[in-house]
Design a protein around this ligand. Structure first.
Ligand code: TXA
Ligand code: MG
Length: 321
């Protein structure tokens, strides 16, 4: 249901009073709290069950807000902001000492993003900057529809309903405190997009196996449904004996008797948009196993945006898969 201007004012008031509000973005729903209110931010960690060493992204609605959080904005950062904001690109800067430690988990850097969603922007304009992790319970797939939030929290949190999130996968996180900048989490904005728009190529630092990941959140088993997630190649499918939810993005193989197939037929934006909903559907429908068609190297070489999809599925599948 679309919300009125008055309702948005009410949500902004709640945030200013230190309450949490769930709001839509173009990637996934965020669980918002006022960035300058450490007690409100503390509630996020409690409500989500989020480890306290995992820093939060500050969401802003205009570029002037950047200065509140970081003392210096390089020419490169300005260009990135101009080319990609509002949009699914989170930029990591050196932080000002005033930024509450609870926001940055004690790190000396702060992550900032301007979401490309009219409701999010209008809300932040009224409330001021908001920290917002994905609005799932820690360890569950990020919510891309209001039903997902109700499934995790029942009706305990105020939710601004924005329907289905457009992209369905969390933002690209780019660390600008190192040279060359490093992609800590792949998302819809790719290294090639950045090269084309800004003339430099960031390094890929999203290796989740690294001992001390710079983006602390990447070390946790995120995005995971209760069902086991496994990659498959079409030839292996006939050996599947029990019930399984089978996700196919190119081929349409014959399903074994107990399996249910879902097909995207090359619609990768559609697959990304529905990935987390599909994970949750598997749990709702009682599947213990989700099989995902492998990506061929040529497919990946031809479409860098697939990296974020492969990253989230691999993380759901866990180490060694
Ligand atoms: O698309 C998104 O980014 C969504 C929507 C709601 O905006 N938000 C989101 O937040 O995915 P969250 O908290 O689920 O993921 C934030 C990621 C984590 O991996 C965290 O470790 C990393 O960003 N991060 C936050 N601050 C950081 C910092 N200062 N340095 C490095 N990584 C940081
Ligand atoms: Mg998250």
């Amino acid at each position: 249901m679309p919300h009125s201007k008055e309702q948005l004012h009410t949500f902004a008031e709640l945030l200013k009073q230190g309450e949490l509000v769930v709001f839509p973005t173009e990637t996934v729903y965020g669980l918002g709290a006022s960035a300058w209110n450490p007690r409100a931010v503390q509630k996020i960690f409690e409500v989500k069950g989020r480890p306290s060493d995992n820093p939060l992204i500050v969401h802003i609605s205009n570029v002037d807000m950047v200065k509140e959080f970081t003392p210096s904005v390089s020419a490169r950062a300005k260009l990135l902001m101009q080319k990609f904001w509002p949009g699914p690109l989170t930029l990591v800067f050196n932080k000002r000492p005033e930024v509450p430690d609870i926001v940055t988990a004690g790190m000396n850097t702060v992550a900032l993003r301007m979401p490309n969603h009219p409701t999010a922007l209008a809300l932040i304009q009224l409330s001021g900057p908001l920290v917002a992790p994905s609005a799932n319970k820690s360890g569950r797939p990020s919510p891309t529809r209001p039903e997902h939030i109700y499934a995790d929290y029942q009706r305990k949190l105020p939710v601004i309903d924005g329907g289905i999130c457009d992209i369905g996968i969390e933002s690209t996180v780019l660390d600008l405190t190192v040279n060359p900048p490093v992609i800590l989490r792949p998302g819809n904005i790719t290294a090639s997009d950045i090269y084309e728009a800004c003339g430099f190529t960031p390094t890929d630092g999203s290796d989740t196996k690294a001992e001390a990941p710079k983006s602390p959140g990447m070390k946790y088993t995120h995005y995971a449904p209760k069902a086991k997630v496994r990659w498959f190649s079409t030839g292996e499918l006939s050996a599947v004996a029990g019930p399984a939810l089978v996700l196919c993005h190119t081929s349409e193989p014959k399903m074994p008797p107990a399996a249910t197939g879902l097909f995207w037929r090359g619609d990768y934006p559609g697959f990304a948009r529905e990935l987390y909903d599909t994970f949750r559907k598997a749990d709702r429908d009682g599947f213990d196993l989700i099989l995902v068609e492998e990506f061929e190297p040529e497919q990946l070489a031809g479409n860098e945006r697939l990296l974020s999809l492969v990253n989230r599925i691999s993380k759901a599948a866990g180490p060694g898969s």
